[in-house]
Design a protein around this ligand. Structure first.
Ligand code: GLU
Length: 514
């Protein structure tokens, strides 16, 4: 048999946010489709009308786009197997249901919700090992059916499961599994109003959309058995199934929204997590790129991805590793890119400054490249560059440790005032244009500049401290505290260079005055 073109799908229900689990399912389908040279489509399973919302649909689409998971067919793209919203496919479900009624694979069930509830309660009370439909309407005669109809009862359509048949399946991840159909009841396919339930709509669409491989969460494993029988009843070939294990929390339980560090995909976006880092991290929740390498691009993932290499054991979500991954991507980024992508989190920088003060801003971003993991951290960390800071506790301690430090601060302020530091924010345009882009590595030579660069500032500072006769360390801490209001941040000479003359002198003098 010629293998058909691989076609895979992500089939979310638009009833909430896009979370890690959903994003991972989408990604593995996407990566498998790309790896196999096939098609990836997005199908919206919106038959739960009470819970489906447009807002949720938007959040899912935006989340996928943000992660770079693009679809070939689905909402917003043409495709020959649409429509891709289940509520627009009701006629297909109706027609398929009629076929199954005619072939005897489906039957109308007139049991009321009250009766079904009662049945469940009785089964629970009797501690029955099995809870499910008891098949009361399975073999109604035509006359009995007509009598129910005459009473005005409206029927659900149920799938007639074969009794006690052992179904052997090969799941790409779980391997060979056998399930006895005794475990499964006759399930509802279609409600009286013509709206299908999940298993039925899913199979009609997987057939209609020519789906060849289904990758989804393991909570659907038993649904897969029900679906397989429906494919059989419809004389259609069942796709290859791969049920991926749960994502676990640090304690080994099922990951929940309330576990530390768990956010929806758009929350990660809005808090300034780099998309490619979140993508990379999610890819690792159940799959590995190489024993010695965790950081890889989308293209590298696609080249290496095989569904059958997804692990059988649940992967643990580790929020610290996710943050580390974000830091890795930020460190590897050119500073210009870091600055542009962090822009939404830099409200204190006027739009025009991204052009007029480009070199200065890139230097500022570069100075934090090793010190932030999220775009969202850059803004707060850079605050001292734009406004005189209120010293935090560590800074206050460093300022009050040695009473003599006030004199050094005042003396160094005088030295800087007489020197040729760059201008301070808000620079005049001419000053800003003179701000040269510093090299990214410390051992590279600094470019020529009409102002003192960090190297020269360092040389002059060391000479000054020597004249002063104090230990360099004891000098540096109060100075840093006076200039930045903290005890952390870039090297001191970068701080002085970025802050510029007026702000340095003003802050040193203010600290000296106490
Ligand atoms: N709408 C289902 C879900 O979100 C899809 C399951 C499937 O992929 O078949 O869980």
């Amino acid at each position: 048999m010629i293998h058909p073109t691989p076609r895979l799908r992500f089939a979310p229900s638009p009833t909430g946010s896009l979370h890690l689990g959903g994003a991972r399912t989408a990604m593995y389908n996407w990566a498998a489709a790309r790896a196999l040279g096939g098609t990836f489509l997005l199908r919206i399973e919106d038959t739960d009308q009470a819970r489906s919302t447009d807002a949720s649909l938007q959040v899912i689409l935006d989340g996928l786009r943000w992660l770079g998971i693009d679809w070939d067919e689905g909402p917003g793209t043409a495709g020959q197997y649409g429509p891709y919203f289940q509520m627009q496919r009701l006629e297909l479900y109706r027609a398929t249901a009629d076929r199954l009624l005619a072939s005897g694979h489906a039957y109308p069930c007139y049991c009321t919700p009250e009766r079904l509830e009662q049945l469940r309660e009785q089964q629970k009370a009797a501690k029955s090992s099995w809870i499910g439909y008891d098949g009361r309407c399975r073999d109604l005669t035509a006359a009995q059916r007509a009598a129910h109809e005459a009473q005005g009862l409206r029927a659900n359509l149920r799938f007639r499961m074969p009794e006690a048949r052992v179904i052997a399946v090969h799941d790409l991840i779980r391997g060979h599994v056998e399930v006895n159909t005794k475990e499964l009841d006759d399930w509802v396919m279609l409600r009286p109003d013509g709206v299908p339930l999940y298993n039925f709509a899913c199979v009609v669409d997987d057939i209609g959309m020519r789906i060849t491989h289904v990758v989804r969460g393991e909570e659907h494993f038993l649904n897969g058995i029900k679906q397989r029988l429906l494919f059989e009843a419809l004389d259609a070939e069942c796709p290859v199934y791969a049920h991926i294990p749960l994502i676990l929390n640090q304690k080994g339980g099922k990951l929940s929204k309330r576990d530390p560090g768990v956010k929806s995909v758009l929350e990660y976006r809005d808090e300034g997590f780099p998309a490619e880092a979140v993508f990379n991290y999610i890819a690792l929740l159940g799959w590995g790129f190489a024993a010695d390498r965790d950081v890889f691009t989308r293209d590298e993932m696609v080249a290496a991805f095989r569904i059958e290499n997804v692990g059988k054991a649940g992967a643990k979500f580790d929020p610290e590793k996710l943050q580390w991954m974000c830091g890795e991507y930020i460190r590897r980024m050119p500073p210009a890119q870091l600055l542009d992508r962090a822009r939404p989190w830099l409200p204190h920088v006027p739009a025009a400054a991204f052009t007029s003060h480009r070199a200065w801003l890139e230097n500022a971003a570069a100075s934090y490249q090793e010190r932030v993991q999220l775009f969202g951290e850059l803004g707060p960390k850079l605050g001292w560059l734009f406004a005189d800071p209120v010293p935090d506790e560590a800074a206050r301690k460093n300022l009050s440790k040695d009473p003599a430090s006030r004199q050094w601060l005042a003396a160094w302020a005088d030295v800087l005032a007489a020197g040729d530091l760059p201008p301070s924010w808000p620079h005049d345009r001419a000053g800003a244009d003179d701000h040269v882009k510093l090299p990214s590595k410390k051992d590279q030579p600094e470019p020529a500049c009409r102002f003192a660069t960090p190297q020269r500032i360092e040389a002059e500072c060391r000479a000054f401290v020597e004249r002063l006769g104090v230990k360099f360390g004891s000098f540096v801490h109060p100075v840093r505290a006076a200039l930045t209001g903290t005890d952390k941040g870039p090297g001191l000479f970068d701080v002085v260079f970025l802050l510029g003359k007026d702000a340095c002198v003003r802050r040193l003098r203010a600290a000296a005055a106490g």
